[in-house]
Design a protein. Sequence first.
Lengths: 640, 175
Amino acid sequence: MIAEAGLAALWLAAALAALQLALACGSGGEQGRRIATIRAVAVAQGLLTIAAFAALVLVFLRSDMSVLLVAENSHSQKPWIYKLAGAWGNHEGSMLLWVTVLAIAGSVVALFERRLDERTLGASLGAQAALALGFFAFLLVASNPFERLNPAPLDGRGLNPLLQDPGLAFHPPTLYLGYVGLSVAFSVAVGGLIRREVSPAIARAMRPWVLAAWIMLTLGITAGSYWAYYELGWGGWWFWDPVENASLMPWLAATALLHSVNVLAARGGLRAWTMMLALVAFSMSMVGTFLVRSGILTSVHAFAVDPTRGSFILALLTIYIGGALTLLALRIADVKEGAPFEIVSREGGLVINNLLLSVILGVVFVGTLYPLIAEAVSGEKLSVGPPYFNSVASPIALALGAFLLIGPQLRWRRDAAPLLPRIAPGLLVAIVALVATIVLWPTIGILPRLGLALGAGLIPASVMPLFGRSLRRTPLAIWGMVLAHLGVSVAILGMASDSAFTKERLAAARPGETVPVGPWLVEFREVMPVAGPNWTAIEAELRASRGSGVTILKPQSRFFPDPPTTTNEAAIDTSWNGQLYAVLGERDDQGRWQLRLWWKPFVTLIWLGGILIALGGALALAGRLFRERQQRRRIEEAFE
Amino acid sequence: MSRYLRFVPLAVLLLFVVVVAWRLVMPEDTKVRSQMTGQPVPTFALAPATNGIPGLSSKDLATGQPRLVNVFASWCVPCIAEAPLLMELKRQGVPIDAVAVRDKPADVAEFLGRHGNPFERIGADDESRVQIALGSSGVPETFIVDGRGVIRYQHMGPIEPGDVPALLGEWEKAR
């Protein structure tokens, strides 16, 4: 019954999306009344979609095995939190989550958007409805999450034990919030282009959505990276896997958009470019969803491959992106030139930021798809891995980081004042750090060395925009920018330190033996069996000592009976200056255990940086929303 | 923006759609074929895998006559399925040798006792070294090696009844 109610809600929501699109296209009716209707329809559509998603969550929590999706992906003995996460830990459920976020975003725009004029808002909500309609059709035609199974099995087929992890339970929803949050930027850009109304108001309407989506993407990518790091037991934090790239590409586009949208909002410049980025950012979300959901690229993320579904999403993606880009190509000539600026100015700096980010985006896009292109053209099979991405993307990313020493210090429009005093602190620290690394560690690679120098220089450079300001009257958005840039420097330091100083040790050891790694002496004490709620494991006890400090690590080799799977649970000891990472492997005939140990100095800075970047975004978002409310109130008071 | 430049994003999209649609229409061939096809068999010498049957070395494969080399294991279920077809090939006059991967002499003897022995020689490949050197990615696999010791053909997975004529044809071609 719950499943049928959910399906009915989904159909109704789809019908309302069609109505919303028709209302937005139709020209009849009085303008004011029509926009009120569109707003109401959008909100109703959002509520119905939420109801459908709630129904799915409910059947998962109740372990209703007569629903095919539950039977395939859940198990009555699973902890409830993973039953909940199971609702979106599969294809159909995750697509329903996707549409739910899309519909909620549409409702929120309909309820709260006051910056756009009514016609542009109507056109934007129409675009949002068109997006939703396609994905509703996809769910109802090709991925019905509420399909029944008759007769119902006694119990479900479980969930991949790798996915039974709190981090992963909330990683996909976070990424989806980011992916789909960008849909509003897309719709507003389409609305603006249709209405030939590419104005700062559009940028201001877009900005909070871009910021919020970007925060979610940043958090999602950071969490995903940490998950891969501790759960896969490979000791790395980024693998350039196609599915990772699928989340990185929208992030790169959103980062560029986040910067250019400010130029449009504040100075009215970069109009056409910002519109293109807004379209590209959500396009990358759709491309990413397609790449992940179609299973078209070989990846460690094993998702089911289904050509029908792949073709369906490909068709949607072609219609939406193709339509939007055609609109852009046709209307771009009508987009007015923005306010002029000189090359040495904040605008000029943001243009360079955008160009570098776009180049990195291009590098990742080409690298991700190159195996497909090569096989289509020459029939040759190949894979593109870390050597390509690291050697091509890292130098550009470093150049972008180096530019961060200068960019935020520039002033809007034209900057005639001497620049050197403003960039000197960052530059000096970077140069001193570079010399110090050459003296202290002459053998490390060039990229990590530059990364260390740059990361150090960026600390003062990030804080510089606060210099000479009254700190109490500095807007929150500036604090947010400073914090986010500081996060970039912290993350760069972590990445450089990890690649420069990591010590790895692979040993075959018997209980009682001691293995050194970096500054640590790791004593292999014993191996014993342990049991958890739905797994059994072999657990090693390692006593790691460094000077007088002692810590106990307990890596496990875990066995899940249903479905039968073995996973390696790494044991990680975090101290202020790094992480000791231990993985227990197999036992050989002579009673020796495979033991893989890493000492990773300051590796935690990578994720700390990611969190700081997201926090900076959150501060900026809060500041912008707060200030807008104040301004609106002031205007309202003036009219009273 | 110039007239042509504005269509660049559309062109990129078009390229993406074409490439991706091609992959959707032509599903990926996930088999990892051996790079050794057309190359001489790598040099190796394996001890007997079980009592009474000689071991296998690369020299035994260059005898002037094409031979089949079956990569198998007693613990491999599909190997049981293909066993009668190997017997059939032997009956038709095809000489067959084998590489037993990660196996034990007693298990190999039991396997041959139960499912018949089509093999003239069986080498014990306890650490999969020869299997990997041949470019085989799993068991069972069957290679055709010509009289000069060059690998001419690779069959991946169990031999099924429909595969027998093709294997016979390839063996004839390798003469």
